[in-house]
Design a protein around this ligand. Structure first.
Ligand SMILES: Cc1cc2nc3c(=O)[nH]c(=O)nc-3n(C[C@H](O)[C@H](O)[C@H](O)COP(=O)(O)OP(=O)(O)OC[C@H]3O[C@@H](n4cnc5c(N)ncnc54)[C@H](O)[C@@H]3O)c2cc1C
Length: 438
C-alpha cells in the first residue's frame, strides 16, 4: 500500500471528535466592562475555573482567542488517568521528587480523577465516560521491571488498582504481541473529549458565565489592586486574572511563556473496522499506551468501531499528511492486522510541558495560572481550574499539592522552542536503540 493509499477518499485533516461537536463561536457575547475574575483561555482549565467560580457566586468572564474549544480540549485522545503520568517529562522519564511530595502529588492526581467523574455525573454530561482501565505496554524488559517497581506507590498514593501483566498474558489486554508485557491501571477511564468540552461549556452558560469567543487578550496591565485586561473586542476591569492558556501560552504573559514548552501531539482515526476485529484490538475496552520515551497512546472510538492512534512522530505541528503516515506505521507495527485499513481523520494540537515535568497552579506577578499538562490534562487541567477557583473564592479546605511549587524556568529558554525537532529526533533514536538492545 502506498502512503497515499492509507488515506480514505473522504479524509479530513481535523479531529474525528468534531463530527459530534465542532467548536463554534455561537452568538458573539460582548466583552463585559467589569468582572470579578477574567479568565484567559477557554479550554477545560478556563471553563472549569469559571464553572466553580459561578457555583461560588463569583462572576467571571472567559476570554478565548478563537472559538471555544479550539485548543487541545477538543483534540485530545480522551484517555483519563489519575496519576500514572504525573512527573513524566517529554523525555519519557519520571522526574522523581522526594517520597512525601510524590505521595501528595499522586493523592491530588487521584482527586483529579474523582473530580472529573463527579462533575460529569453532577452536570449530566453525556460524553461516553467509560471506566475500563488502561494498559501500558512495556517497550523493553527493563521497562517492565521499572513499571513493577512503581506499582506500590501508585496503588498506595493514587489508589490506581495497578497490576502487572506478563508477556504471555498480554493478549488478554491487547490484540498484539508487540510489548514485553505491561501494566494495567484499573482506575483509569476514557471519554469523548469534545462532548466533555461541550458539557462544560453548556454548564457554564446555564449558570450565566460570559464565554467571549474571538476575544484574544492582548495586554494585561496591573491597576492598583485590580487588572485592566485588553482584548481585541474591548477592555475588562477585573479583580483577579487567571491564565489558562497551556500549550498556546503567548507573549501576553512572557514570564509564563518561558516556563512552558509547547509540544505538538498528533492523532489519526481509522475507518470503521469489522466489529470482531475492532473488539480484538482492546478486548476489555481499555485505553492503550506504551512506556517508551516518545510514547504512543491509542484506544477504540466510543462506539468501539475505529482505532484512534496518537503519538508524537513530530514535536511540532506539521501537516496531518506527514504525521498521519508516521502514525500509521506505528499503528501497524503494533497491529499488523490493520494493514490496508484507511485513515479518515488526522489532526494535531498543542500540549505544554514544564521543566520539572509537573503541572502547576499558583501566582506569577499577581496573575493566577494553571498550566503545564505535560501531555495528560483531561482530568488534571479540569482539576487545577477547579482548585484555582476555590482558592480565589477562599473556600479551598486544603492546599493543592500542585499549588505554589517552584515553577522553574531556564536562562537559555525564552519561550521559543526552536530545539524541538532535534530533541524529538534524539529521543526517538534512543527509543529505537533501547528496543534494539532489549
Ligand atoms: C493530540 C493531543 C492528544 C492528547 N491526549 C490526551 C489524553 O488522551 N489524555 C489527557 O489527559 N490529555 C491529553 N492531551 C492533553 C489535553 O488535551 C490538555 O491537557 C488539555 O486539553 C488542556 O486544557 P487547557 O484548558 O489547559 O488548554 P487548551 O484546551 O489548549 O486551551 C487553551 C486556550 O487558550 C487560548 N488562548 C491562548 N492565548 C490566548 C489569549 N491571549 N487570549 C485568549 N485566549 C487565549 C487558546 O486559544 C486555547 O483555546 C492531549 C493533547 C493533544 C494536543
Amino acid at each position: 500500500m502506498t502512503s497515499r493509499g492509507i488515506f480514505h477518499p473522504d479524509f479530513k485533516p481535523e479531529p474525528y471528535w468534531w463530527e459530534a461537536h465542532r467548536p463554534a463561536a455561537g452568538e458573539l457575547i460582548d466583552v463585559p466592562r467589569t468582572a470579578l475574575v477574567a479568565i484567559v483561555g477557554g479550554g477545560y482549565a478556563g471553563l472549569s475555573t469559571a464553572l466553580e467560580l459561578a457555583k461560588q457566586g463569583i462572576d467571571a468572564v472567559v476570554l478565548e482567542a478563537g472559538v471555544p474549544g479550539i485548543g487541545a480540549s477538543t483534540r485530545n485522545g480522551g484517555a483519563v488517568s489519575g496519576g500514572v503520568n504525573v512527573g513524566k517529562s517529554f523525555s519519557g522519564r519520571i522526574n522523581h521528587v522526594d517520597a512525601a511530595r510524590e505521595a501528595s502529588l499522586l493523592a491530588d492526581a487521584a482527586d483529579a480523577f474523582s473530580l472529573i467523574e463527579r462533575l460529569i455525573a453532577e452536570e449530566g454530561i453525556e460524553c461516553h465516560w467509560q471506566r475500563r482501565g488502561r494498559f501500558v505496554g512495556a517497550w523493553t524488559p527493563k521497562h517492565f521491571e521499572y513499571q513493577s517497581r512503581r506499582l506500590a506507590s501508585l496503588n498506595a498514593d493514587a489508589q490506581s488498582g495497578a497490576f502487572m501483566v506478563p508477556r504471555d498474558r498480554q493478549r488478554e489486554e491487547i490484540g498484539s504481541d508487540y510489548y514485553y508485557g505491561g501494566m494495567v491501571v484499573e482506575r483509569s477511564a476514557s471519554l469523548h473529549p469534545a462532548l466533555y468540552y461541550k458539557g462544560l461549556l453548556d454548564a457554564c452558560r446555564r449558570r450565566g458565565v460570559a464565554v467571549c469567543a474571538e476575544a484574544p487578550v492582548r495586554r494585561i496591565v496591573p491597576q492598583g489592586a485590580s487588572w485592566r485586561v485588553e482584548t481585541s473586542r474591548g477592555i475588562v476591569e477585573a479583580g483577579d486574572v487567571v491564565v489558562a492558556t497551556n500549550g498556546y501560552t503567548g507573549d501576553v504573559t512572557p514570564a509564563l511563556k518561558r516556563r512552558v514548552v509547547p509540544i505538538a501531539s498528533h492523532i489519526i482515526a481509522t475507518e470503521e473496522l469489522p466489529e470482531d476485529l475492532a473488539r480484538s484490538l482492546s478486548p476489555k475496552g481499555r485505553t492503550l499506551g506504551d512506556s517508551k520515551r516518545v510514547l504512543c497512546y491509542y484506544r477504540l472510538s466510543p462506539d468501539g468501531r475505529r482505532m484512534l492512534f496518537g503519538g508524537r512522530p513530530r514535536f511540532t505541528a506539521v501537516d496531518p499528511s506527514v504525521s498521519a503516515a508516521a502514525l500509521y506505521g506505528y499503528m501497524t507495527d503494533r497491529f499488523p492486522q490493520l494493514r490496508g485499513v484507511r485513515i479518515t481523520h488526522g489532526w494535531t494540537g498543542n500540549t505544554a510541558f514544564t521543566l520539572d515535568a509537573l503541572p502547576h497552579m499558583g501566582r506569577q506577578d499577581g496573575l493566577h495560572y494553571c498550566l503545564g499538562c505535560n501531555g495528560s490534562g483531561v482530568a488534571m487541567m479540569t482539576y487545577l481550574g477547579w482548585q484555582t477557583a476555590r482558592k480565589i473564592a477562599r473556600v479551598a479546605n486544603y492546599a493543592c499539592a500542585f499549588d505554589s511549587l517552584d515553577f522553574p524556568d531556564h536562562p537559555l529558554y525564552s519561550g521559543n522552542p526552536w530545539f524541538l525537532p532535534v530533541i524529538g529526533g534524539y529521543y526517538r533514536l534512543r527509543d529505537a536503540m533501547d528496543r534494539l538492545l532489549a
